[in-house]
Write a protein that binds this ligand. Structure first.
Ligand code: F6R
Length: 602
C-alpha cells in the first residue's frame, strides 16, 4: 500500500503535493518522492524517510512547476532506500511515474527490456512500467496509446500516476485493483489514492473503477476504459466527510478500516506471492525438523500453520513462542533445521533474537513479514511478504489474515512438492483460498448484528473462546483481540480442555464463544457447547450448520468452506466483536493501554 497524489493547475504543485503526502502518510511511510514539470523538464526528488524529514532535507517545497505527482511508499519490491523510492523514470528521463500495487510479471518484463538495451536503476517492479512505455513509444503513435499498450501487458495490481515531458498540459492516472480517486476543482484537478489528500481544495470526487484511466488537464478530465480506450461516463460525488474522517476512509477507527480492508489485503497477499511460492516450498520440503517462532497474534498464525502442515504435508512443525524458543531449544537447532519466523513488523525483539540464534546454529531461516526491509528480512535467508499494507491500529487484524493466507499457500505448495496430498484436493483448496476475500466480504455483513450483540455483553467480566483442531488458534486469537482492546478478561482454549478445569468458572450468563465450523470434530464440539450451556453459559456460536441453532443463544452464520480455510474467515467476526466491545466500553481500540505496535524490547 502506498499513497499517490497528483496536481495540475495554477498553484505551486509541490505545495499541494507535500500537504497531500502528509495526509496519505498512513498508507506508507518508508520513503517518498515528488516529480514536477517546468518548461519541458522534469524535476525529481526522492529518498528514504518520513515526509517531514525529506521536505527539509531534499527541499520538496522548492520544486518548480504547476503540475506534478507525489508518492509515499510502503515497499513491496526492493528495500526502502533512495533509489527504490518513487517516482521511477525511463532511460530518457522523459517519463516519470509512481505506483501503488504489485506487478506480478515484472521479472519477465524486466528480462525482456534488459535484452532490448534498457538500463535499470532500482530493484522495484515499478521501474519496469516506465521502460515498457518508453519501448512502446518507439513504435510511434501517441503517448496515450503507448501507455495503454504497455499497461495491457501488466499482471497484478496497480494505481499509477504518470507524467511525460512531451505533453506539457496533462497527467495520467490509472487504476487496477489499487484505489485511485480524482478531485475535480475549478481550473485545477487532482488525483489521489484517497480523498483526504485533496479534500482541502475540493470535495468533488470521481472514483475510478478497475481498469480505468484518467487524463487530467487543469480545466478538464476524461476517464477511459484501459482495455478498449473508450470514454466512460463517471458520476461526480460530493464528499461530506471531515478531513479526519476521510483519512480513515469514513471509518471511526483505523482498526475497523483495517478489518474491512482484509479482502483487499488477502487478494494482494495471494497475487504478490503467486509466482514465488513454489521455490519457497521447495526449500521447506527439504527439512524434517521445522520450528515456527513468533509472538502474540503472529504466534497464533504459527499454530494454524501447524495444522495446515500436518494435514497436508505430514510434517509437524514445532510452534514456539519466540521468547521461550531462544532459551529452551538451542540444542535442537542445527543445519538440518528450518526456522520459520512470523512477524508482521519484522522488528519484534524476541522473534529477531530467535532468528539470530537459529542462524548462529546454522539453521535455515524463512521469515514471513509485512514490512519490507525490516530487520527480520535482513536476518532471514528467505522472506515471504504478506503485502497487507501498513497497519496503524495496534491490534493485528489484516496482517494476521494475510499471514494465514500465505501460510496456506505455502502448505499447499509444499504438499505439491512432496506429493503428500491429492492434486485434485490441492486445486480445490487453492480455488477455495482465492474465494476467501469474497467470503470475508460476506461475513463483514454481520457487523451491525455483532455491534448489537456487543451492547448486551459490554458489562461482562469474563469470556471463553473454544474451538477444536484448526479452530483452537482462532479461539486463542479471538480471546487475545478481546483482552487487548476491550480489557475484558478472556481465555481461549481447546473445547476438550474445558472439562479439565475451566468448566468450574462457568456460571449463569458467562459468554462462551464457540468456533464450530463443520469438520472432523464438529459433533464433539456440539457436545462441548451443550456442556457449557448446561452450566448456564451464554453461547455464541460461529458456524455453518443449522444444528448449532439448537444449542446456541446466538448463531453467527458463516459461509461454507473447506475446514482448512476457516481460520482466515472465522476470525473476522471475532475481530468485530472485540472492536465493538472496546468502543462501547469507551476505549480507543487503535491505541490500547500499555501496548505498542511493535515490541522492540525483550
Ligand atoms: C496483537 C498483536 C501482537 C503482535 C505481536 C507480534 O493484536 O498485534 O500480539 O502480534 O506483538 O508482533 P509482530 O507480528 O510484529 O512480530
Amino acid at each position: 500500500m502506498c499513497g499517490i497524489i497528483g496536481y495540475i493547475g495554477d498553484r505551486n504543485a509541490c505545495e499541494v503535493i507535500v500537504k497531500g503526502l502528509k495526509r496519505l502518510e498512513y498508507r506508507g511511510y518508508d520513503s517518498a518522492g515528488i516529480v514536477t514539470e517546468n518548461r519541458g523538464s522534469l524535476f525529481v526528488k526522492k529518498g528514504a524517510g518520513r515526509i517531514d524529514e525529506l521536505t527539509g532535507k531534499l527541499g520538496f517545497l522548492e520544486m518548480p512547476g504547476k503540475r506534478g505527482i507525489g508518492h509515499t511508499r510502503w515497499a513491496t519490491h526492493g528495500v526502502p532506500n533512495d533509489t527504490n523510492a518513487h517516482p521511477q523514470t525511463d532511460c530518457t528521463g522523459r517519463i516519470a511515474l509512481v505506483h501503488n500495487g504489485i506487478i506480478e510479471n515484472f521479472a519477465e518484463l524486466k528480462d525482456e527490456l534488459l535484452k532490448k538495451g534498457h538500463s535499470f536503476k532500482s530493484d522495484t517492479d515499478t521501474e519496469v512500467i516506465a521502460h515498457l512505455i518508453e519501448e512502446e513509444l518507439k513504435s510511434g503513435g501517441s503517448f496515450e496509446e503507448a501507455m495503454r499498450k504497455a499497461l495491457l501487458r501488466l499482471k497484478g495490481s496497480f494505481a499509477l500516476g504518470i507524467i511525460y515531458t512531451g505533453e506539457p498540459d496533462r497527467l495520467y492516472f490509472v487504476r487496477n485493483e489499487s484505489p485511485l480517486v480524482l478531485g475535480i476543482g475549478d481550473g485545477e484537478n487532482f488525483a489521489a489514492s484517497d480523498v483526504p489528500a485533496f479534500l482541502e481544495y475540493t470535495n468533488k470526487a470521481i472514483f475510478l473503477d478497475d481498469r480505468e484511466y484518467a487524463v487530467l488537464t487543469k480545466d478538464s478530465y476524461v476517464v477511459k476504459n484501459l482495455d478498449t480506450g473508450e470514454v466512460v461516463e463517471k458520476p461526480v460525488h460530493e464528499i461530506e466527510w471531515t478531513l479526519e474522517m476521510a483519512e480513515k476512509a469514513g471509518f471511526p477507527h483505523f482498526m475497523l478500516k483495517e478489518i474491512y480492508e482484509q479482502p483487499r489485503a488477502i487478494r494482494d497477499a495471494l497475487h504478490g506471492n503467486a509466482g514465488t511460492m513454489r521455490s519457497v516450498a521447495e526449500e521447506v520440503s527439504k527439512y524434517d525438523r521445522i520450528f515456527i517462532v513468533a509472538m502474540g497474534t503472529s504466534y497464533h498464525a504459527g499454530l494454524v500453520a501447524k495444522y495446515l502442515f500436518q494435514r497436508l504435508t505430514g510434517k509437524v512443525p514445532i510452534v514456539e513462542d519466540a521468547s521461550e524458543f531462544r532459551y529452551e531449544f538451542e540444542n535442537l537447532i542445527d543445519e538440518n533445521t528450518l526456522v520459520i519466523a512470523i512477524t508482521q513488523s519484522g522488528e519484534t525483539a524476541d522473534t529477531l533474537a530467535a532468528m539470530k540464534l537459529a542462524k548462529r546454529r546454522g539453521a535455515k531461516v524463512l521469515a514471513i513479514v509485512n514490512v519490507v526491509g525490516s530487520m527480520a528480512t535482513r536476518i532471514a535467508d528467505l522472506t515471504v511478504y504478506t503485502h497487507a499494507g501498513p497497519e496503524i491500529g495496534v491490534a493485528a487484524t489484516k496482517t494476521y489474515t494475510t499471514q494465514l493466507a500465505v501460510l496456506t499457500m505455502l502448505a499447499i505448495e509444499t504438499a505439491r512438492v512432496l506429493g503428500t496430498a491429492e492434486e485434485r484436493y490441492l486445486e480445490s483448496l487453492e480455488e477455495g483460498l482465492q474465494r476467501v476475500p469474497e467470503l470475508i466480504e460476506d461475513v463483514l455483513r454481520h457487523d451491525e448484528s455483532l455491534r448489537e450483540l456487543a451492547e448486551g455483553l459490554k458489562d461482562k467480566k469474563d469470556f471463553f473462546y473454544i474451538g477444536r483442531g484448526i479452530s483452537v488458534p482462532t479461539a486463542l486469537e479471538g480471546a487475545l483481540k478481546l483482552k487487548e482492546i476491550s480489557y475484558i478478561h478472556a481465555e481461549g482454549l481447546s473445547a476438550g480442555e474445558l472439562k479439565h478445569g475451566p468448566l468450574a468458572l462457568l456460571e449463569e450468563g458467562v459468554p462462551v464463544v464457540a468456533i464450530a465450523p463443520r469438520g472432523r470434530t464438529f459433533d464433539k464440539m456440539v457436545s462441548n457447547i451443550e456442556e457449557s450451556k448446561a452450566r448456564g453459559a451464554y453461547i455464541i456460536s460461529l458456524g455453518d450448520s443449522e444444528d448449532l441453532r439448537r444449542v446456541s443463544d446466538v448463531l453467527v452464520e458463516m459461509p461454507r468452506m473447506d475446514e482448512l480455510l476457516t481460520p482466515i474467515v472465522y476470525v473476522v467476526p471475532l475481530q468485530l466483536l472485540a472492536y465493538h466491545l472496546a468502543v462501547l466500553r469507551g476505549n480507543d481500540p487503535d491505541k490500547p493501554r500499555n501496548l505498542a505496535k511493535s515490541v522492540t524490547v525483550e
